[in-house]
Design a protein around this ligand. Structure first.
Ligand code: FAD
Length: 368
């Protein structure tokens, strides 16, 4: 029987949650392996390339389901699933001169996903606040290939990554038509790549989100074609996935507090209220995700930013309010609800982090 993406993740969720409960500190290798084996990580690729041709709404639903079982597993999964979403934009998004190479790259990367290679995001930089313009890592062409130099932070998967995709600035002389930054593919085992062991998160411990230093590290190439990020606008795809993480945390806390049904009518009312807020956030997120398409333009980018800002902020707030209702027996560092609360904050910190998102909203403010 062929399962839909929604059925696959729901079938896996209890096992993901059991492993999370047994050990929330170590990299969840079995959880990730199960998601790879079930075709979840490659789901956005078309069926012809081994994916399931899932929509962004399907992927958002999958991340939420995974997050309510294991938030760290969901955060990790969001990175390669988002990149698969960018590849699923298909050959036609490329300018004619790059179309053939892009089509070949889609096939090559899809094959790599089928083989289980984990593509990990290694983009953020200290002090950049999630802004692409502030990226300091550079790519220089030397002997016919690009070499990256710079320092990245919070690169989830760390040494478990199969390939990093990393933003870097590149000179127009080296790459005519290049955008503010390009995504370069870098093998973690290449010379000049140094993965530190410095991650000790407040929540999300097991994501292995370490610092990565590049010193003239050779890249295998770029994702897509010059100015890919501006032409395809893949970041909004990730923003929707990231928003589903704190939402999944809130849903998990609410469900746990509602089982068995509390005796107190006041508590039942608060949980009914929480459910309405959760459903409203999900509806907003799904509506935005449903409108995603490659190169959707500035109005959609603004909507995606509002959605990410609102959903992550309100879902995190909901987690905190529910936790406050949960009682003293949950007030322990390794309690499941306490961990879901801590994990939910990562949604507001993920690109773009809340302060930068708020500043951008103010800049974009219009009376429309
Ligand atoms: C658990 C976790 C996992 C992550 N995984 C990944 C990953 O796999 N790959 C990856 O690339 N990134 C990852 N990130 C990073 C994340 O996506 C953000 O990009 C990153 O956290 C942004 O930097 P910062 O807020 O930590 O710090 P800083 O860049 O030091 O910024 C500090 C503060 O100043 C604000 N700020 C800075 N500049 C501006 C500005 N110009 N305008 C307004 N405000 C500004 C920021 O919003 C921030 O609040 C992860 C983050 C977390 C928490």
């Amino acid at each position: 029987m062929v399962r839909t993406l929604a059925e696959s993740v729901r079938a896996l969720a209890p096992t993901l949650a059991e492993r999370e409960a047994a050990d929330s500190e170590q990299y969840p290798s079995e959880n990730i392996a199960d998601l790879v084996a079930a075709g979840v990580i490659r789901a956005p690729f078309p069926v012809s390339a081994g994916g399931s041709g899932c929509t962004l709404v399907d992927a958002v639903d999958a991340i939420e389901t995974i997050a309510s079982a294991s938030p760290s597993t969901a955060l990790l999964a969001a990175m390669p699933i988002g990149l698969a979403g960018a590849y699923a934009a298909g050959p036609d998004v490329a300018p004619p001169e790059h179309r053939r190479a892009w089509a070949e790259q889609i096939d090559r990367v899809a094959a790599d996903y089928r083989a289980g290679t984990l593509y990990a995001a290694c983009n953020s930089e200290k002090g950049a606040g999630g802004s692409l313009e502030a990226t300091k890592t550079t790519a220089e062409r030397r002997n016919g290939r690009f070499e990256l130099t710079g320092e990245k932070i919070l690169a989830s998967f760390g040494r478990y990554a199969g390939l990093f995709f990393s933003t870097a600035k590149v000179d127009q002389a080296d790459m005519p038509g290049a955008g503010v930054v390009e995504f370069f593919l870098v093998r973690p085992t290449a010379a000049g790549v140094h993965i530190l062991d410095d991650w000790d998160g407040f929540g999300m411990r097991s994501t292995e989100s370490h610092t990565v230093r590049y010193t003239a590290a050779p890249a295998e190439g770029i994702v897509g074609f010059p100015n890919f990020i501006e032409v395809v606008q893949p970041l909004q795809y990730w923003f929707a996935l990231f928003s589903a993480i704190p939402l999944g945390c809130a849903a998990a806390i609410r469900r746990e507090l509602a089982t068995p049904t509390p005796e107190s009518p006041a508590l039942r009312l608060r949980l009914a209220d929480a459910r309405m807020r959760e459903e409203a956030l999900r509806a907003y997120l799904h509506e935005t995700a449903r409108a995603w398409r490659p190169g959707a333009g500035p109005a959609y980018a603004a909507r995606a930013l509002r959605t990410k800002t609102y959903v992550t902020q309100e879902a995190t707030r909901l987690c905190a309010e529910l936790f406050a209702l949960s009682g003293g027996r949950h007030y322990k560092r390794d309690d499941r609800l306490a961990r879901a609360l801590a994990a939910s904050f990562a949604g507001t910190a993920l690109r773009p982090p809340l302060p930068l998102a708020l500043d951008t909203l103010v800049q974009q403010f219009s009376s429309e």
